[in-house]
Design a protein around this ligand. Structure first.
Ligand code: ATP
Ligand code: MG
Length: 387
């Protein structure tokens, strides 16, 4: 019988142990290795000490069908991985060197043997590491073929609902379908649901995933981001383009964050006209025409001001749709009525408008990113509902 593939990841570098560099390589590799059917059993971080690295490589090869190391390849004296690998493999020649499209050091590949797993030696810089790993995937598949577990996964992006409210509704629905697992992957923009099926034929896996997706469809619908990328900006720009509408934004607390999100996507110019960052009251008044009386009566963080900002953006740019956003990102500036995290956002289309207030949790960065996301979602839903 073939043993199912298991990987061990070794990340190498004194800077990792000193906390100067955050180890992003392990997480990236764990995700990719799981996806190709050789999930990670263990991760280890080591300093630039040759005999320690050599020992770790030997132990890992004895345990796992695939060992991946990153870091410590460079020509500088503090890079000891190559020396350590030579010690670990006992003078065996490297089987393949994979040229590095983004740097100097190639990746090294050692085929598995009866008593040792395959070994893939990658450089530390993430952009080099990721490119070389992708270049090695074919090798991994060929050499580990029978041991690889078949894994099929589907990701459903949601936004506007926290994991803690989504999970209790979704989990039992997925549990009802044998063979499907669900993982909840939250970030500041929302929660991705990842449905996974292991060790089934492709046809069977796709049938199970379809069944799971239908089972959760109704629950997920109000929060789902239907765009393939899972990015609400893609869904929004598609919706705008489908109607031939343009967008302009007026931002206070997000300081251009909405404009940044929208213009990050290629093709933004087809629907996005521009934005105004109006941080001071004076700027809201002079650039966006927010009436002084409204500012005085309701305060800068208020629904009437958010609406007036959206209208001001539409006027200033001659757009069809507008977003206005104003809030308190913190850590200072809160009050009992309007605590830190209070954000008002308005959306308008030729068919109507909507304005809401939300209290976001988290630090300044979280409030700014969550509120930019919420403002984009609000406009998207308004358009979807025919507004
Ligand atoms: P170089 O030839 O550039 O020195 P290298 O293979 O020797 O590459 P290291 O010297 O170990 O790699 O690391 C180079 C840089 O790569 C580090 O300064 C760090 O910024 C980044 N890096 C290394 N390991 C990791 C890791 N596990 N996660 C994230 N970044 C890492
Ligand atoms: Mg180096």
């Amino acid at each position: 019988v073939t043993r199912l593939a298991r990987s061990i990841v070794l990340t190498i570098g004194d800077e990792l142990l000193l906390g100067r560099t955050t180890d992003s390589n392990s997480a990236w590799l764990a995700d990719r290795l799981a996806a190709i059917g050789a999930p990670v059993a263990r991760m280890e971080t080591l300093g630039d000490v040759a005999d320690q690295i050599a020992g770790a490589v030997r132990r890992a090869q004895a345990e796992a069908s695939l060992v991946v190391t990153t870091g410590g390849l460079g020509p500088t004296a503090d890079d000891r991985t190559l020396e350590a690998v030579r010690m670990a493999v006992g003078g065996r020649e490297v089987d393949i060197e994979i040229p590095n499209p983004r740097g100097v050091e190639p990746a090294r590949w050692y085929e598995p043997s009866d008593d040792a797993g395959a070994l893939l030696v990658l450089p530390g810089p993430p952009r080099e590491m990721t490119a070389l790993f992708e270049a090695a995937v074919g090798r991994i598949r060929t050499s580990l073929a029978d041991g690889l577990r078949s894994v099929s996964a589907r990701t459903i992006a949601t936004t506007g609902i926290p994991e803690s409210r989504l999970a209790p509704d979704i989990q039992p629905l997925v549990d009802g379908i044998d063979g499907v697992e669900v993982a909840f992957l939250p970030d500041l923009h929302g929660v991705d649901l990842r449905l996974t099926v292991r060790d089934r034929t492709e046809a069977e896996a796709s049938r199970l995933l379809d069944a799971a997706e239908s089972a959760i469809a109704d629950t997920v619908r109000p929060f789902r981001v239907s765009a393939p990328s899972g990015d609400v900006v893609e869904a929004l720009t598609d919706a705008l383009e489908a109607r031939g509408w343009t967008l302009a934004v007026a931002e206070s607390c997000t300081g251009g964050g909405i404009g940044e999100r929208v213009t990050a996507r290629a093709g933004a110019s087809r629907s996005f006209l521009g934005g105004v960052v109006a941080y001071s009251n004076g700027a809201k008044l002079s650039l966006l025409g927010v009436p002084g009386l409204v500012l005085e009566e309701h305060g800068a963080v208020s629904e009437p001001v958010a609406s007036a900002m959206a209208d001001g953006a539409v006027r200033a740019f001659g757009s069809d749709c507008g977003i206005g956003i104003t809030g308190i990102a913190g850590p200072e500036g809160g009050s009992p009525e309007k605590p830190v995290g209070t954000v008002c956002f308005a959306a308008s289309t030729p068919a109507g408008g909507v304005v809401t207030t939300h209290r976001f949790r988290g630090d300044r960065e979280a409030v700014r990113r969550r509120s930019a996301q919420a403002a984009l979602v609000q406009l998207l839903r308004l358009i979807e509902e025919g507004g």
